[in-house]
Design a binder for this molecule. Structure first.
Ligand code: HEM
Length: 505
């Protein structure tokens, strides 16, 4: 669809000139208006299946991308049904909910996650054949490589590097007593450890390039608009910005691969594993470009909420802190002291201890994923017509399932906004999908959990965390996660900060 060669042309076109903006935006608006009339006409003709939302296309397209949680809740309210349909331009989207639907949705063979995300999310770098429009064969190869990157041996050897990264970055936050914005500092920290885990040591050792990559991915998020997702062939300004950022990310990763191959030096990292398998360059670039953003966004968001909750809730902070102390006391094999040496001591803790001797951290992560992961699972029916809880899903239609249906459901989780890692299990068939469900579960779960546990262990052993307000006074209540911010779930800016108090481990 977009060859990389056109990007230079596109870059020169995208100068921020008012006339050019008009030339590009005006046709977009006209086309959108025409498509809107066409979609509304089609909606009236088709009366089979769940009710259509009684809203115009203008009241559906924009809210679906900008305030998805409220939009879907409004849909259920307006139709008073557990299922409803709406049009995203030419695409029919069926929204499903409730227990039977969630079991069917995650088990149904014809429902494809990649096709669903391509049209309904669009929040990945756009390089056809590299990160989008991937053939099934290429996707399954990338998944196999991801499994190899999470083998026990590989992860055990990765731990010391992640520890060093975390110590370096946390030192840059200032001495004990400093205050950080958990929704800025923690995602940046997890971005660093994700670059370390999924790409090369050369990239991860270069803070300037890591920061540049992070900003480029942020720019990609910003340029993901209804225009760029639904009309990817239209040269809207957001589409051009998205192409430009994608190309810059591509160049950085391509440069790292070339440098490694040209050096002839073998390093112990994921890039080397990919090169040693003899994979095509497009697979290696696709692996790093796609998984870097998928992994860093989710781990960054989850970790920022975990730190915020623990800073605000002394009971769980102390329990997690005790667990971190026990990891060090029972499983570390050196006794050097000093913050500088904390990374060296923790590097002797076996992977198995991080994975199996941390029930409190497991419970905290699980609860954070329940209350602060505003995901809507998206699928396209790539098979023949099928049914989800008795609702017909035509071939080619899109189906979405909001995680709020289960995770914020007061029948399954009384007082659902309360963060309580000690909650008891419900009797429902499917009551938790924090790492996905059925045939689609997170394939980066092992790495994600390890990064978050290592980060938590260092923070809890190094600092006494507490929640403060803008004036640095104590803050009693943890803010509520914003489910309408479907990528980062951040509360309004300035809602809370975390003080890194002095703490002797
Ligand atoms: C806290 C961090 C993470 C969370 C909460 C998370 C959560 C999820 C969830 C809920 C799904 C299923 C989505 C759906 O059904 O629509 C998923 C899928 C996936 N995740 Fe993660 N994830 C995390 C980190 C990662 C990381 C670090 C990687 C890679 C390094 C990764 C790779 C994937 C992949 C490849 C899939 C798609 C699986 C498939 O196509 O079958 N995730 N993740």
């Amino acid at each position: 669809m977009y060859s990389l060669g056109v990007l230079t042309l596109v870059q020169s076109l995208a100068a921020h000139d008012a006339a050019l903006k008009l030339i590009i935006v005006l046709p977009s608006v006209i086309i959108l208006a025409l498509l809107s009339c066409w979609a509304n006409a089609r909606q009236e003709q088709d009366d089979d299946g769940p009710p259509f939302l009684p809203l115009s296309i203008w009241e559906t397209v924009w809210p679906f991308f900008t305030a998805r949680h409220d939009f879907l809740a409004r849909g259920f309210e307006l139709t008073r049904q557990p299922f409803f349909r709406f049009k995203l331009l030419q695409n029919t989207v069926v929204v499903v909910s409730q227990e039977y639907a969630r079991a069917d949705f995650f088990a149904c063979k014809g429902l494809d996650i990649h096709e669903g995300f391509k049209v309904l999310s669009g929040a990945i770098p756009m390089l056809p054949g590299v990160t989008s429009d991937l053939q099934a064969r290429r996707i399954s190869l990338i998944h196999r490589r991801l499994a190899a990157a999470q083998s026990s041996d590989h992860l055990q050897r990765l731990i010391p590097y992640i520890l060093q990264d975390i110590c370096r970055v946390t030192r840059s936050w200032g001495s004990a007593g400093s205050v950080i914005d958990p929704f800025a500092h923690i995602p940046a920290l997890l971005f660093q450890t994700t670059v370390r885990s999924l790409s090369s040591h050369e990239l991860a050792d270069d803070p300037v390039t890591v920061e540049r990559l992070r900003k480029l991915y942020d720019a990609l998020d910003d340029s993901t608009t209804p225009f760029s997702v639904l009309l990817p062939w239209l040269p809207s300004l957001s589409m051009l910005a998205k192409l430009r950022s994608s190309k810059k990310v591509y160049d950085i990763i391509d440069g790292a691969i070339r440098a490694r191959v040209a050096s002839g030096i073998s390093r112990d990292d994921t890039l080397q594993m990919l090169v040693d398998h003899g994979d095509e360059k497009m697979v290696i670039v696709g692996f790093i470009m796609g998984l870097l953003v998928a992994g860093a966004r989710s781990t960054g968001t989850t970790a920022s909420w975990i730190v915020t909750y623990l800073a605000g809730l002394p009971e769980w902070r102390l329990r997690a802190q005790d667990e971190a102390h026990a990891l060090l006391a029972v499983h570390a094999t050196t006794t050097a002291t000093g913050t500088q040496n904390l990374a060296e001591q923790l590097a002797t803790v076996p992977l198995e201890a991080f994975e199996q001797c941390t029930p409190v951290m497991d419970a905290v992560i699980r609860e954070a994923l329940r209350v602060a992961q505003p995901h809507t699972a998206m699928r396209r029916n790539v098979g023949p017509e099928t049914y989800v809880a008795g609702v017909r899903i035509p071939s080619g239609a899109y189906v979405v399932y909001p995680f709020s249906d289960v995770h914020l459901n007061p029948q399954l989780y009384p007082d659902p906004w309360r963060f309580d890692p000690g909650r008891s299990k419900s009797d429902a068939q499917v009551d938790y999908i924090g790492w996905g469900g059925g045939k689609t579960v997170c394939l980066g779960q092992r790495l994600a959990k390890l990064q978050m546990k290592v980060m938590l262990t260092i923070l809890l052993l190094s600092f006494d965390l507490s929640l403060v307000d803008q004036a640095q006074g104590p803050l009693r209540n943890v803010p509520q996660p914003n489910w309408n911010d479907h990528l980062t779930c951040k509360p309004p800016p300035g809602s809370c900060y975390v003080r890194l108090g002095y703490h002797k481990y």
